[in-house]
Design a protein around this ligand. Sequence first.
Ligand SMILES: Cc1cc2nc3c(=O)[nH]c(=O)nc-3n(C[C@H](O)[C@H](O)[C@H](O)COP(=O)(O)OP(=O)(O)OC[C@H]3O[C@@H](n4cnc5c(N)ncnc54)[C@H](O)[C@@H]3O)c2cc1C
Length: 468
Amino acid sequence: MTGPVHAIVLGGSWAGMLAAHVLARHLETVTVVERDALPDGPHHRRGTPQARHGHILWSGGARIVEDLLPGTHDRLLAAGARRLRFHEDLVTLTSHGWQHRFPPRQYGLMCTRPLLDWTLRRQILANDRISLRQRTEAVELTGDAQRITGVRVRDTESGAYEVLAADLVVDCAGRGSRLRRWLTALGLPPVEEDVVDVGMAYASRLYRAPEGATALFPAVNVAADHRERKPGRFGVVYPQEDDQWMVTLSCTRGGELPTREEDFLPYARSLRDPLVADLISQVEPLTPVVASHLGINRRLYPERLERWPDGLLVLGDSLAVFNPIYGHGMSSAARGAEALDRALGGSFGPGAAHRVQREISAGADDPWIMAASKDIAFVNCRNQAKDPRLTGGAAARQHYSDMVAGRSIRSPEVCDVVTDVMAMTAPQSDLGSSEFMALMHRDKMRPDLTEPPLTQEEMDLVGLKPRH
Ligand SMILES: Cc1cc2nc3c(=O)[nH]c(=O)nc-3n(C[C@H](O)[C@H](O)[C@H](O)COP(=O)(O)OP(=O)(O)OC[C@H]3O[C@@H](n4cnc5c(N)ncnc54)[C@H](O)[C@@H]3O)c2cc1C
């Protein structure tokens, strides 16, 4: 055998579906093992609690998905998703002030997470090569430290155990993955791990948006300023399908998340600008407040193990999770799937898994360093990372990052470069290049904005009054 013939994917969410899709392009059969029953429509389920909070799919990830599954953008848009052009369709108070709405450069797809998942899942599971084992929990890997031969699973209804054999197992079980434990049980040394925990927590509600607002009113983002040296508070209003606004309020450790309905609006009013509160005070809430404490940055380094078993790969949140405020998790998983697709197109013989894992892991580096280096600037952040970029010279890096942030909101060309990096279409290293530094000095700065850059028509659409 020159390459794998049958693969098992653990987890049938975003990363698992994309992995199954690319595996089925190269292998004969793929089995997706999923603990939940997957709904037959865009509905919530237990295994993806984050789906109740606001999600954006940045253009970096969206383009990969469109390449892998042509027509996905149109399907999402037809189902009510919005394609937001950055920065024209976003009104954002950054840590350094209001962002000018420069002409669009990148985009993001916005809709509820169940719609995103369902749109992907229904296309991918239509493939005859892919079979789904739902209500089936992966409990351990089978094989040894040299080679993984399959997975032991448990039927969550009957409780019966079974071993499923595979040439390749791909762990996409998300942030709760037990991969580290499974590997040490097979006699491998512990996989190195970095954690940067700013204690991020989220509270979300859906609201009925004013007529026409989900298509014509910009998305809104009010961010904290880490320089205030107090717990950060954030709020967003995202347009969703079915004329709804997703309102997600969040905070870093100590920021007192509003988990009760009566606290939601006052908290929105306590943000650095009252825009989110002004918008939601006039519209009807459709759901209760749902809260989650899911904002850690954690990264595994499987590629650093001296030996890596053949027949095993890991991608998506199992490999790396990022503070969701930056919106990079799904795009990073899409990068992982793209790397897997590339690797399967070449030779995938014995010993290949370690090399391929290295390629998949490399795609997680940019979102990791972007999120972790921003989070360590907040008070109460617990930095347990050994990544040298997060342990030494932090003050100088923070100074540079503040300078870039301060320029990017007022200088159009600087903003373009920063937006490309943020959208995950350009490497983070672009922000340290000599060309970029020259641009920072050259690019003409617009004046500071003192209030949200909204047009009169936009304000009329949602019933906002002029502030002065
Ligand atoms: C509050 C919040 C907001 C976010 N916002 C954004 C955003 O705006 N943009 C963005 O790109 N990302 C965002 N993310 C991140 C994004 O949700 C994740 O990166 C993405 O869901 C990762 O997909 P995944 O498939 O790796 O993991 P998950 O989506 O977590 O899926 C894991 C799957 O594995 C299954 N599973 C778990 N254990 C087992 C087992 N033992 N056996 C079988 N099945 C198992 C689960 O049921 C689930 O289906 C956000 C995250 C949070 C928490």
